[in-house]
Design a protein around this ligand. Structure first.
Ligand code: V47
Length: 389
């Protein structure tokens, strides 16, 4: 659909006419243009431009999947200043925990009746767990439930294990791939700029190492995701720098499936007091610019746990085509003050998507469409009332 006259006028008034023309011609935006868009005054006009690209790619479909999260331990030797999840040991008093293998496997298998298609596993950098904890964890889940796609571990964990267990990135990834790993989540990317990493996460994998691990995963035939943690000490040009590095690797490998901007949550971490939660405007602008700048990414995801359901819903009109997900058992954001529910039912996701004028499409972990829900789900059976005397 062509841009409205109002959006066109607003973009021209704000000096964004040439960028609009490039976008409509399918030309790639420069870093300076990306930055100009991040500073755009008229959010509605920017959103209309991002929505144009989103609809050209995906029409009215809004994707989601049914997934469960597993965080087998929150014990972590890294000291990321934004993190509210990590604990330095397993002591009950410090709220540290490490699941036994049986416990972790059972937690996943207990979700068999929920119709989920993916398990998303992320742990901390545990100092003493042996390598076979991780291979057995994936191996046992995969053996017991082979249809479930295992999306597991961030590049940060892969880097730590490569150093700790004396393995190459390729060995670490291919041994877990043999155990059942299928795709990589996008966590740990934060902001790639060294100035920011030095201040908020100076004792974990660098940007280059994060990118090299994803490059290796792509070479081994696995797809992966990419995130960006925004709304803390980073500057706007550092957000663009982050996206440029991802766009370059995507040109090289084509292995990224989706970009996921993650809004900083300020509670219970070391830097939260200095930075309030990003505003709705900032989040929508960031998502819209991601859609426009990352021309070689098929999907832009709104993680409703990070954004809140309502903003994630609105984001469907600002460049976003994917809502993650039914997300059973989320912990990382809830420990950082997220007040959204621990899970959304498929029906609630449909309601959010339909009320935004889109059509819900359930996808698998590789963005193959499992079902387009043109029609609303049949009404839920009425709740059974307790018998009265
Ligand atoms: O890497 C940690 C972020 C990430 C906070 O790939 C925080 O499909 C905000 O990567 N405020 C983990 N963010 C989550 C993640 C993810 C989530 C959903 C889907 C996918 C995917 C990946 O969460 C961390 C870090 O960037 N994070 N603490 C915080 N206080």
């Amino acid at each position: 659909m062509p841009l409205s006259t109002l959006a066109n006028r607003a973009l021209e008034r704000d000096g964004l006419g040439p960028i609009r023309d490039k976008v409509l011609a399918g030309a790639r935006l420069s870093d300076a243009e990306g930055l100009q868009l991040l500073e755009a005054k008229d959010l509605a006009a920017l959103g209309a431009l991002a929505n144009h690209v989103r609809e050209a790619r995906h029409g009215q479909l809004a994707f989601y999947n049914r997934n469960v999260h597993l965080n087998p331990t929150n014990v972590c030797v890294a000291t990321c200043k934004f993190c509210s999840f990590a604990r330095k040991d397993d002591q009950h008093a410090s709220e540290g925990y490490t699941m036994s293998l049986d416990e972790a496997v059972e937690k996943v298998l207990s979700k068999r009746d929920y119709g989920i298609t993916e398990v998303h596993i992320v742990a901390g950098l545990h100092p003493t767990l042996p390598w076979d904890y991780y291979t057995s964890l994936l191996g046992r889940i995969h053996a017991a439930w082979p249809e479930l796609t295992i999306k597991a571990f961030t590049a940060i964990e892969y880097h730590y294990w490569a150093e700790k267990f004396g393995k190459t990135y390729e060995q670490v990834l291919s041994e877990l791939q043999a155990a059942g790993l299928r795709t990589l989540p996008g966590g740990g990317a934060e902001i790639f700029a060294p100035r920011v990493r030095r201040k908020i996460c100076d004792d974990k994998a660098t940007a280059e190492q994060w990118l090299e691990i994803h490059r290796t995963a792509h070479r081994l035939g696995m797809k992966s995701n990419a995130t960006m943690l925004y709304g803390h000490i980073e500057r706007l040009d550092e957000r663009i720098d982050h996206m440029r590095r991802l766009r370059e690797l995507q040109d090289e490998t084509g292995g990224f499936q989706v970009f996921i901007p993650l809004a900083f949550h300020p509670e219970h971490n070391m830097i939260g007091k200095a930075f309030p939660k990003p505003t709705g405007y900032d989040s929508l602008r960031t998502l819209a610019v991601a859609r426009l700048y990352l021309d070689n990414f098929d999907h832009v995801k709104a993680y409703w746990v990070s954004l809140g359901e309502r903003l994630a819903q609105v984001a469907l009109g600002f460049g976003v085509d994917d809502l993650d997900g039914t997300v059973l058992e989320e912990r990382i954001y809830h420990m950082a003050g997220s007040t959204v529910p621990q899970a959304l039912s498929e029906r609630s996701l449909h309601d959010l998507i339909r009320a935004a004028g889109r059509v819900p499409a359930e996808r698998d972990s590789n963005y193959h469409v499992l079902k387009v829900h043109e029609q609303p789900l049949p009404p839920a059976p009425p709740a059974r009332l307790p018998a009265t005397a």
